[in-house]
Design a protein around this ligand. Structure first.
Ligand SMILES: Cc1ncc(COP(=O)(O)O)c(C=O)c1O
Length: 392
């Protein structure tokens, strides 16, 4: 396949080879298996002497196209599509960590990543240490003899904390550790962790990559050497993406750049508006100068992202009333959609964490997270304003 200089062109023009039907848009390869021309080809494919499809649990043209694009956009060599973001997170750890290994991980990770770390990995003898992202010196202190991997998420969900990728990338290299970055909130349009030394880049493609709230998907990306391990693990454990989802997500990447520009423009506008609101206690947005990691965000992100979180005066009760008063903005557990979505992390995605655990990652009872959609910004602001008014 050819490659181009620019993000948008790679996202649009990277396509599976045209079939004999001369289609312009790539069809869905809804097939569980592929036929062998003869016994010799079957043998060579299974022996990895010939490249090609065998069975859709291993590979499929739609998923391969999606991954080929993502690799170009992230600047990495290889990858594998996964059935969900969480399949990607789990595989990206399980393919590398062995009994007795230690994982160094930022405290502000997505709720299910926290469950994998604290409930599942210990069952296989894999320990962890959480690092408070407000104490960067703790990264180095947390490294032990058996530390194998650093895992982090930036910007984090839902606190929108920013971790310095250059700093952690250098640290990982110095200590010969694998660096694994969940790049879900930024997408490859805003940030490329591999540029700072990440060995593995993971995605929930369900969010901004899909962009329209239609399918669940994920990806693990990295060097050929790393993805060999991921491929072995997933080929035999089966978290493969469906070809239909691969087809949808590859099409979605075609519009990622224009969508992210608009998500970020609307989000910055909303963040500035809320910052001046006398009933809003605080606002978090990576490209607001008031964000504690503003300088780092500016260094490593092209734009500030599509997520804004804020704390309304009045705590949990006010937060509840606010969510019940919204007329247009959806109250849903997803993000990264064309439609703006509000969530209340304390009672939903992060409800499994204790109050203390939530507090340590900046999730207060009244915190509201907005995934800023692509509606007209005035309609988004009007709905938030009327919900603030009605929730008094
Ligand atoms: C940062 C982050 N990582 C991973 C996931 C999990 O992705 P999925 O829901 O596609 O399994 C999410 C879901 O919200 C997320 O926000």
């Amino acid at each position: 396949m050819s490659t181009w200089e620019n993000f948008e062109t790679n996202a649009i023009r990277t396509q599976t080879e045209r079939s004999g039907q001369r289609e312009h848009s790539v069809p869905i390869y809804a097939t569980s298996s592929f036929v062998f021309n003869d016994a010799e080809q079957a043998r060579a494919l299974f022996a990895n002497e010939e490249e090609g499809n065998i069975y859709s649990r291993f590979s499929n043209p739609n998923n391969d196209e999606f991954i080929e694009k993502l690799c170009l956009l992230e600047g990495v060599e290889d990858g594998m599509a996964m059935a969900s973001g969480m399949a990607a997170m789990f595989v990206s750890m399980a393919a590398f960590l062995n009994q007795g290994d230690h994982l160094l991980i930022c405290r502000s990770v997505f709720g299910s990543t926290h469950q994998i770390t604290t409930q599942l990995l210990p069952r296989w003898g894999i320990t962890h240490t959480y690092v408070d992202i407000h104490k960067p010196e703790d990264w180095e202190k947390g490294i032990g003899k058996n530390t194998k991997m650093i895992f982090l998420e930036t910007p984090s969900n839902p606190g929108l904390d920013i971790i310095d990728l250059e700093f952690v990338g250098k640290l990982a290299k110095r200590h010969n550790l694998l660096l694994n970055v969940d790049n879900c909130f930024a997408t490859p349009y805003l940030q490329n962790p591999a540029k700072y030394g990440a060995d593995i880049v993971t995605h929930s493609a369900t969010k901004f990559i899909d962009g329209q709230g239609r399918v669940i998907g994920g990806a693990v990306l990295g060097s050929k050497e790393c993805i060999e391990k991921v491929r072995f693990f997933s080929r035999h454990t089966g978290p493969a993406m469906s070809p239909f989802n691969g087809w949808i997500l590859s099409k979605s990447l075609e519009t990622l750049a224009v969508r992210m520009e608009k998500h970020c423009e609307n989000a910055l506008h909303l963040a500035r508006h809320l910052e001046n609101h006398n009933e809003v206690l605080s606002v978090r947005y990576p490209f607001l100068p008031s964000h504690p990691n503003y300088k780092i965000a500016k260094k490593q992100m092209r734009l500030g992202g599509g997520m804004v979180s804020f704390e309304l005066q009045g705590g949990i009760e006010r937060g509840r009333k606010f969510l019940n008063s919204m007329k247009m903005i959806s109250f849903s557990a997803n993000l990264g959609d064309t439609r703006s979505i509000a969530t209340h992390p304390a009672s939903t995605t992060h409800s499994k964490l204790s109050v203390e655990e939530r507090a340590s990652v900046g999730i207060t009872d009244g915190l509201i997270r907005i995934s800023v959609g692509l509606e007209n910004i005035q309609d988004i602001i009007d709905d938030i304003e009327q919900a603030i008014e009605s929730s008094r």
